[in-house]
Design a protein around this ligand. Structure first.
Ligand SMILES: Nc1ncnc2c1ncn2[C@@H]1O[C@H](COP(=O)(O)OP(=O)(O)OP(=O)(O)O)[C@@H](O)[C@H]1O
Ligand SMILES: [Mg+2]
Length: 376
């Protein structure tokens, strides 16, 4: 599938794309997994930079977005395969298959998008193998938000089918995974019982930085003939935790109001754009008990609480802070389970916890300690 690259606001990262593709081309591994927290530009990078670069090198690319229908990963896979299939040249579509048989399998797949099952995913996979087996150029399969497959036990059969397909077809297939939950990725790639155990190394995806800000400021000035002071733009970008989505909303706000004083504009609208507004509402939505447990996890990280989450001391703090009648081991376990599912924390092993998003930790420090940094 071809992704046109005409969006003048897209900051291209062609070198980074080449770097990843080179490592796949060399063949040391047939997959890479890119990790970065939510809204950091993973999908945009893969769809606007990496896949077009792969296509320039002659590859055919497939995209599966597991959030397209979060209740039905099989449907996401079949839709992803069919989307690219329809763009292939006819000679490629027909490769190696008698026309009648081929049409039958396609009709089956199209119908199955409504109500797919494992056998139809396998049909989709065998369609891909039929078409690409023996291809000189590798196919790139992009699996966006793969950690979604770790969220329900019911999805493990889909994960297993996918892993088998990837392993069996290494000759012509390379895979790019992305994920925004450290917890989900760990469960998928690092747990022995998981289908994807040890299948690939997880790489930290480099976040957008000052060059992206400079690029955006330049695009703004090309478009409007107004110039934004770069030092102000960088300060605002830092204040919103380097979130490119919020930054682009601020730039849009300036465009609409024909202004270039980004810092004043941001300060006037800080409630709309501040990323801590979002954290605040997620924090407010927590029960007192869950926020107390989160506070203790912050305390363990900052070393101002040392007794452990399953200690009498922890139970009594949680009881006092939440007003709960009783707090036991299972109360804490239940709360931790909720907090990891909601994307606050992930396990770093042996009962240790970290925050999925550093910005959340900074925010909780400000709630608990009344300041920005950890206590001295
Ligand atoms: N290279 C870029 N140039 C310009 N803007 C960008 C770029 N990358 C990301 N953005 C902005 O950030 C937003 C979020 O990016 P994207 O959807 O790629 O993040 P993500 O990491 O895939 O998020 P999620 O984990 O929620 O799927 C985009 O909609 C866009 O506004
Ligand atoms: Mg994404």
């Amino acid at each position: 599938m071809t992704h046109s690259n005409i969006n003048p606001w897209h900051y291209p990262r062609v070198d980074l794309a080449k770097q990843y593709l080179d490592s796949l081309d060399i063949g040391l591994s047939n997959s890479i997994a890119l990790f970065a927290h939510r809204r950091s530009g993973k999908t945009e990078f893969v769809t606007h930079d990496l896949l077009p670069e792969a296509e320039k090198r002659g590859a055919i690319t497939y995209t599966v977005d597991f959030w397209a229908n979060d209740q039905n990963p099989s449907e996401c896979i079949i839709t992803g395969v069919m989307n690219t299939f329809h763009t292939l040249p006819v000679r490629k579509q027909l490769k190696g298959q008698p026309l009648k048989e081929f049409k039958a399998s396609l009709t089956g797949l199209s119908a199955a998008i409504e109500n797919p099952n494992i056998s139809t995913i396998n049909q989709a996979f065998s369609l891909m193998s039929q078409i690409h087996r023996g291809d000189a150029k590798k196919v790139v399969l992009f699996l966006d938000e793969i950690q979604h497959l770790a969220t329900e036990p019911a999805y493990s059969t889909v994960a297993a089918a996918l892993r088998t397909f990837i392993d069996k077809n290494k000759d012509w297939l390379t895979v790019v995974f992305t994920g925004s939950s450290q917890d989900g990725l760990n469960r998928l790639f690092s747990q022995r019982k998981s289908a994807f155990y040890n299948s690939t190394a997880i790489e930290d995806f480099p976040l957008l930085g000052s060059q992206y800000v400079e690029f955006t400021v330049q695009a703004f000035s090309d478009y409007t003939n107004l110039s934004i002071a770069i030092s102000q733009a960088l300060r605002v970008f830092n204040d919103i935790n380097q979130n490119p989505e919020v930054f682009s909303q601020i730039i849009k706000g300036l465009l609409f109001s024909k202004r270039n004083d980004i810092e004043d504009f941001y300060n006037e609208n800080v409630n709309t754009y501040s990323t801590s507004a979002d954290i605040q509402s997620r924090w407010d939505a927590l029960t007192d008990l869950d926020s107390s447990v989160l506070g203790l996890i912050k305390g363990l990280i900052d070393k101002d609480f040392s007794c452990g989450l399953y200690s009498v001391k922890a139970y009594s703090i949680i009881k006092e802070e939440s007003g709960a009648d009783t707090v036991t081991k299972s109360t804490v376990q239940y709360s931790i389970d909720k907090l990891r599912k909601a994307g606050w924390i992930y396990s770093t092993g042996r009962g240790q916890w970290s925050f999925e998003d550093e910005a959340d930790l900074v925010f909780i420090r400000s709630q608990k300690d009344g300041g920005e940094g950890p206590p001295e």
